[in-house]
Design a protein around this ligand. Structure first.
Ligand SMILES: [Zn+2]
Ligand SMILES: [Zn+2]
Length: 374
């Protein structure tokens, strides 16, 4: 029995990681890079849990994210009902028109092993191949290790097969869990799905950060797949890992909500009696002691100052001014006494002999002035 349980648990973990790390976080979302043997180790774990062709799985899952909770979503409980969201969507024979691995899964088609498992995109053939491979391996296990190991293996794989199918339904039912982030889709975080699905139940976080190799973002959101990836990184089997960074304001919002929730849980404090200030005793009236009287200062008397009388002032004697009557004006010479020089006598006008003027020629029309008259 112990052998059975140990094998079951070990294989459950391997198949579970095969789906979450191999099929989902690596092939569907390329949220990290790793060495090829590690990729095949995880993808094989998923394939042996009857997850079907990796190309088919990843292409359908990418379409789920692209059209989440719309009519084009291949498995939304909101459209098409719970049965279709659970397992009905896997039973179609071919892709719907809007989903095509040749355009939406080119990276997956590059791998020849995945191409072989995909059987040219024929769903039925690919599922049958997966089924035959899974059953054939368990038959071989039966012959090599006995029925307990073979049974533990087949049960572990069937149990793991349920997980993503269940997740597609439960983690898209708003009442089943909680949201860290808003958004138009119905995705929620469901803790017990996270436990069963190796950390994959933090589905609301995953829809917010689909490219993140880490889905559990809060302290209590334990993400086993992320822990395993960190271990692989330590061994250098994993290269780059894309990790969601929760924006600071959201972290603050979360802390504030938690604080409010904690405060709500605190018992009510008993009401304190009203505090009344005791009356203060009246203080005796305080009277200022009288100041001793200051001795009077003797009156200050200005010494009298007497101006000397003007009469008493002795001014120096000024010299005597000469009297005006004593002033003798110098005598001015009389005009009649002045002797003017004699002027020369002018000749008489009659004595003047003017030269005779020549006679002017006669000009017709012009009257000769009568000089004699003038
Ligand atoms: Zn989803
Ligand atoms: Zn996804």
């Amino acid at each position: 029995m112990t052998e059975f349980l140990v094998v079951f648990l070990a294989l459950y973990i391997w198949h579970g990681l095969g789906v979450t790390i191999g099929y989902h976080r690596l092939l569907s979302h390329r949220s990290f890079t790793c060495i090829k043997p590690l990729e095949y180790f995880f993808v094989l774990g998923g394939y042996l849990a009857f997850e079907g062709s990796p190309i088919w799985w990843a292409t359908m899952h990418r379409a789920h994210h692209r059209h989440v909770d719309t009519e084009l979503d291949p498995h939304s409980p909101r459209f098409g009902g719970v049965w279709n969201a659970y397992v009905g969507w896997t039973m179609y024979k071919t892709y719907p028109e809007h989903i095509d691995p040749n355009t939406q899964g080119k990276d997956l088609l590059k791998d020849p092993i995945y191409r072989f498992l995909d059987q040219g995109g024929d769903w039925t053939k690919a599922h049958m191949l997966n089924f035959a491979f899974g059953i054939g391996l368990r038959v071989a296990m039966y012959f090599v290790f006995g029925w307990q190991v073979a049974l533990a293996s087949i049960l572990a794989s069937v149990a793991v097969l349920q997980i993503p199918l269940l997740l597609n339904v439960v983690c898209h039912m708003p009442k089943a869990g909680y949201k860290n982030y808003g958004g138009a889709d119905d995705s929620v975080n469901v803790w017990w799905v996270a436990v069963l699905a190796m950390g994959e139940g933090w589905h609301n976080n995953h829809h917010m950060f689909p490219g993140s190799a880490r889905s559990g973002l809060k302290l209590h959101e334990i993400d086993v797949s992320w822990i395993i990836l960190r271990v692989c990184k330590w061994f250098n089997w994993v290269g780059y890992m894309n990790e969601a960074v929760v924006p600071r304001f959201e972290a603050k919002q979360f802390a504030a909500k938690q604080k409010a929730a904690l405060l709500a849980q605190l018992p009510e404090m008993p009401k304190l009696p009203e505090f009344q200030m005791p009356e203060m005793p009246q203080l005796p009236e305080f009277s200022m002691p009288r100041m001793p009287e200051m001795p009077k200062l003797p009156e200050f008397q200005m010494p009298e100052f007497q101006m000397p009388e003007l009469a008493d002032l002795k001014l120096p004697k000024l010299p005597e001014m000469p009297k005006l009557s004593d002033f003798q004006m110098p005598e001015i010479a009389m005009l009649q006494d002045l002797q003017l020089p004699e002027l020369p006598q002018l000749p008489n006008l009659a004595d003047l002999h003017l030269p005779e003027l020549p006679e002017l020629p006669e000009i017709p029309g012009l009257q000769k002035p009568n000089l004699a008259q003038s």
